[in-house]
Design a protein around this ligand. Structure first.
Ligand SMILES: [Zn+2]
Ligand SMILES: [Zn+2]
Length: 148
């Protein structure tokens, strides 16, 4: 093992905003960055309890990371609010609404036409977007029969 997985330079983001990147915030970030599925704040708190991170701390850190654009807020099929860490570059999550598995896809140029149309219609200069796609993964489709 040499380099860790590429992630956002999260410390730089915190530094830039003048927000301390504490040990607990790092642990919380690493939990989401290392997960292959979206998780609720409660699940993150459960997983981090052994590291001495309290639920209130997890809650505040997740909101902070979300505000900084370092975690994406998504929902499963029951409407449960979950969070997932985006990878570097322009990618978007495809989320299974049943098991919350997250597959990221390359979003380069994905909504260019829409952005151009919006820009023309509104006069906005558009610099970004936020996109999530929801579905049911092959495993869950198999388990659930025809399903929704
Ligand atoms: Zn699934
Ligand atoms: Zn995109």
């Amino acid at each position: 093992m040499t380099d860790p997985e590429p992630t956002h330079d999260i410390e730089a983001v915190f530094r830039e905003k003048g927000i301390p990147f504490t040990r607990q915030r790092r642990l919380i970030w690493e939990f989401f960055a290392g997960a292959d599925r979206a998780a609720t704040i409660g699940e993150a708190a459960d997983a981090l309890r052994g590291d001495g991170v309290g639920q209130a701390t997890v809650y505040r850190a997740v909101i902070l990371l979300s505000d900084l654009g370092l975690l994406a807020r998504v929902q499963d099929r029951r409407g449960e609010i979950c969070y997932t860490a985006p990878t570097i570059g322009h990618s978007h999550p495809l989320i299974c609404g049943v098991c919350r598995r997250v597959v990221r896809f390359d979003g380069d140029g994905d909504v260019k036409e829409l952005e151009a149309r919006l820009s023309a219609a509104t006069g906005f200069s558009i610099y970004g977007h936020h996109l999530e796609v929801y579905g049911i993964c092959p495993d869950c489709r198999r388990d659930g029969g025809a399903g929704g």
